[in-house]
Design a protein around this ligand. Structure first.
Ligand SMILES: Cc1cc2nc3c(=O)[nH]c(=O)nc-3n(C[C@H](O)[C@H](O)[C@H](O)COP(=O)(O)O)c2cc1C
Length: 204
């Protein structure tokens, strides 16, 4: 099964470490994995042009399209973000805004008749989604909620661990996630849960 890990950090930091911990574990269990750092990418915010409603795809052309292709092909999506002022990072938010909205319209037409939608299967439906957030001190759970809410409104299935999927690292900006034993064990169990579910999905 295909698993991608998207990193919302603008640097090679702690978030990358946790995501790679999950991906490496899944890779060792036989899954195909791909790490996608957003740090060097140009992904503009959603312009609210509603062009995707008619075109059935996002009409703003930048690095979004390449990442979106991987999102569509994946069976499980790991998304990690540093906590910036209690929130996920802007580039990741831009990606998720555009991905969620345009995915909604890929298989649906605008219904102006009675305001009712039968969305049916959307392109992200029943993909697994594993959110991870990382902070120096606090704000992980709010940012985790942002990612979880994105998954729920877009019909993905959120995967948890034996604690919230969070890391605590980076005092004064240092990159020291490798010293966060508890965080690493949370990620290890998260990978086990993803593998468990992917194996069930593959068998059905
Ligand atoms: C602009 C900015 C805002 C931050 N806001 C918070 C915050 O609200 N709470 C916190 O605990 N850490 C905060 N931090 C620290 C980062 O979350 C921490 O360094 C984290 O390890 C960054 O992830 P990375 O190493 O993957 O880049 C902030 C860092 C930056 C650069």
């Amino acid at each position: 099964m295909k698993v991608i890990g998207i990193c919302g950090s603008p640097r090679e930091g702690n978030t990358e470490y946790y995501i790679k911990t999950v991906l490496e574990s899944l890779n060792s269990k036989g899954h195909e994995t791909l790490y996608i750092p957003l740090r060097s990418m140009k992904i503009e915010q959603c312009e609210g042009c509603y062009g995707c409603v008619k075109a059935h795809q996002c009409v703003v052309e930048d690095d979004f399209q390449a990442v979106f292709k991987h999102l569509i092909e994946a069976d499980a999506i790991v998304v990690g973000s540093p906590v910036y002022n209690g929130s996920i990072t802007p580039r990741l938010k831009a990606l998720l805004d555009r991905a969620g909205f345009s995915a909604r319209w890929m298989k649906n037409e605008l219904n102006t008749q009675n305001g009712k939608y039968d969305w049916g299967q959307m392109v992200f439906s029943r993909k697994l989604f594993a959110p991870i957030t990382v902070a120096r001190k606090t704000g992980q759970t709010f940012a985790l909620s942002q990612l979880t809410l994105w998954a729920q409104v877009n019909d993905l299935i959120t995967v948890g661990s034996n604690y919230w999927n969070v890391g605590t690292a980076g005092t004064s900006g240092s990159v020291n996630a490798s010293e966060d034993a508890e965080g690493i064990s949370i990620m290890a169990h998260l990978a086990e849960n993803i593998d468990f579910l992917l194996t069930k999905m593959n068998a059905s």
